[in-house]
Structures are given as structure tokens and as C-alpha cells.
Design a protein around this ligand. Structure first.
Ligand code: F6P
Length: 341
């Protein structure tokens, strides 16, 4: 079998572990040939690829990023890819394509599968927002980075009697904010799923200071919005990939809290640091298992599916099911977190 692999969308720790696992399983167990397309689907469209043998993936298990490069795909180019799906199979001689990516990548994978490409998807994203899988790799690493950052910010916040507003990633789903906020013992957590009222945060900070606590840490997801009429904060325009351009809720909220409280409030934007660096052991193992199962599924001819974690098992689920809706934080998980701070 000749297997093509690509990594698309925003990168995340663990991508290299999947690539390595695919190459090992395919070559060691089946004697397959593996090629890697560069920079996501654009490599597929432009015919940019290279052979991946065991040497090519040596030493990459713990390396962050992706050795293949990644990119987001504009919708017009995706249409072009679908129209040329059968030509691509012939041109590259591939019997299976394994795209590794998040919601956008898997939606494209589903469209390519419908257009006739033999596709087995592998879900990844630090946001953990893909339906049909309990976890995506990259999430554990991102939560660890954000938690450590807040642990560190607490000590300096206390020294200076400050409020720290820590902005973490999460456009539509607040999983990183929820779990890192809980793990770090943040005093407030704001998620995209539930508009927040800054007046409640002001009350919480004032109560803490009245009890002799001299600092507060608030964890806010980048996609969180204040409830209508509670604070001046607009929605951003939509970019060419269909994503909202955020206005910087961390900075806006810190400014608002400082104004209302008369205390120093500092924004800390963690940004892409959450996506960089070495994956945790958990993410390496999940990524490795996904790669192994993707190759198995390709050999069984189970195309149009993606790997998924259910409990502790890896199963195959239809791409169509996985891309219908995002996995957002349910209300009861938000209630649990609220009861902690
Ligand atoms: O989807 C993963 C993600 O890291 C989001 O959390 C974040 O909003 C986005 O990617 C950032 O994308 P970019 O790397 O294009 O700025």
C-alpha cells in the first residue's frame, strides 16, 4: 500500500508522534510506502511531498510542531481539491490518505472522502472541541502550559496585590480555560459557552480583598464574550478561513476591571506558547495510538472514518458524524467549575 499523510490547520504538540507512528506501523508491519505532503492540503494540491521512511521519523516523538509543516486551507482551494480528487489518487498513486487535523481539516477530509479519496482522518487540536472523541492530543499539553503559567502568576500577583487576567486559547469551546482554570485554582473562569458579567468578577475580587486575600487570577478563553450590555466589547470580523478575528478579551477585561476596582489588573495573553514545545506523555501516547489505528483502518479499507478515543479504547467513527458539531463545554461542567471558586 502507498499511504499519504499530511498535517493541516493550527499545529499542536503530538503531530510528529502520529507521523512517526503511521510510518512505523505501515513500514514495519505491512511493508508499505509512506509519503508526507508538505504544509497541509496545499502540498496535496501543489504536488509537494517527500518519502517518509524510518530514518525520516527518527527522533521526532517528543518534538513539538510538525516536520511536514501545516497550513489552513482557503475554501476555494478545497473545492479545487474535491474536483480533482480522482486525478490526485492517480497522480500520487496513493491507496490511502491520512489527514491529521482539527475541525476544518476533518471537514475537508470528509468532503474529499465524499469526492472519492480513500481517507482515514486523525483528530488533533489543543482545543479538545472535536465531537465523537473523548480527547484530542495536544489538549493535555496546552492545559499543562496554561496551568503552570497561572501557578507562576499567582505568586507575583500576590506580591503586588494585583488582579491577573489570563487569556487562553479556545474560540468556541472553553475546555482549556475550564481545565487549566480548575487545575490552577483560578478565582474566575470565563468561557465562550456562557457570557459573563464583569460586575460578578468585580464582586468576587472585592470579596477576596475584604477577606485579606491580596490578589486574584481570572482565566478567560479568547472566545469568551461579556453578556449584552454589561461591558463595551464588540464582535470581530470574519477572516478568509471563516474565523472571527478576536478583539482581545483578556486586555479589554483587565482594563475594565482596573477601572471598576481601582486596583491594578494586568492582562497576560498566553497565545501560541500553549501550542509550542514538547508534548506531554499523555499526548504522545494518544497520538501514537491514533497513528497505529489509522494504518490498521486503512488496511481494513475503513475509509471515510477517523480515529477516536472512547473511554480508554480507540475506535473508528464516521467523519460525517465527527464534523457535524463542535464539542463545547456542557452546562454541568461549568457549574462544577463555578462551585470551586
Ligand atoms: O484551533 C486551534 C487554535 O490554537 C485555536 O485555539 C486558536 O484560536 C487558533 O488555533 C489560532 O490560530 P492561528 O495559529 O492561525 O493564529
Amino acid at each position: 500500500m502507498r499511504i499519504g499523510v499530511l498535517t493541516a490547520g493550527g499545529d499542536c504538540p503530538g503531530l510528529n508522534a502520529v507521523i512517526r507512528s503511521v510510518v512505523h506501523r505501515a513500514i514495519d508491519n505491512y511493508g508499505d510506502e509512506v509519503i508526507g505532503f508538505e504544509d497541509g492540503y496545499s502540498g496535496l494540491l501543489d504536488g509537494r511531498y517527500r518519502a517518509l521512511d524510518l530514518d525520516a521519523v527518527s527522533g521526532i516523538l517528543a518534538r513539538g510542531g510538525t516536520i511536514l509543516g501545516s497550513a489552513r486551507l482557503e475554501r476555494d482551494r478545497l473545492r479545487e481539491a474535491c474536483e480533482n480528487a480522482s486525478d490526485m489518487i492517480r497522480d500520487f498513486g496513493i491507496d490511502a490518505l491520512i489527514p491529521i487535523g482539527g475541525e476544518g481539516t476533518l471537514t475537508a477530509a470528509h468532503m474529499l472522502s465524499e469526492a472519492g479519496l480513500p481517507v482515514v482522518g486523525v483528530p488533533k487540536t489543543i482545543d479538545n472541541d472535536i465531537s465523537s472523541t473523548d480527547r484530542t492530543f495536544g489538549f493535555d499539553t496546552a492545559v499543562g502550559v496554561a496551568t503552570e503559567a497561572m501557578d507562576r502568576l499567582k505568586t507575583t500577583a500576590e506580591s503586588h496585590q494585583r488582579v491577573m487576567v489570563v487569556e487562553v486559547m479556545g474560540r468556541h469551546a472553553g475546555w482549556i480555560a475550564l481545565e487549566s482554570g480548575m487545575a490552577a485554582g483560578a478565582h474566575g473562569i470565563c468561557l465562550p459557552e456562557r457570557p459573563f458579567d464583569p460586575a460578578q468578577l468585580v464582586k468576587m475580587v472585592e470579596e477576596r480583598f475584604s477577606r485579606g486575600k491580596k490578589f486574584a487570577v481570572i482565566c478567560v478563553a479568547e472566545g469568551a464574550h461579556p453578556a449584552g450590555g454589561t461591558m463595551d466589547y464588540g464582535k470581530g470580523e470574519i477572516d478568509k478561513f471563516g474565523h472571527e478575528r478576536f478583539q482581545g478579551i483578556g486586555t479589554a477585561l483587565a482594563y475594565e476591571l482596573e477601572r471598576r476596582l481601582g486596583k491594578e489588573a494586568k492582562p497576560v495573553i498566553l497565545g501560541h506558547v500553549q501550542r509550542g514545545g514538547v508534548p506531554t506523555a499523555y499526548d504522545r501516547v494518544l497520538a501514537t495510538r491514533f497513528g497505529w489505528h489509522a494504518v490498521e483502518a486503512a488496511h481494513r479499507g475503513e475509509f471515510g472514518n477517523m480515529t477516536a478515543l472512547r473511554g480508554t479504547d480507540i475506535v473508528m467513527v464516521p467523519l460525517a458524524e465527527a464534523v457535524t458539531e463542535l464539542k463545547t463545554v456542557p452546562g454541568d461542567r461549568m457549574d462544577e467549575a463555578e462551585s470551586v471558586f
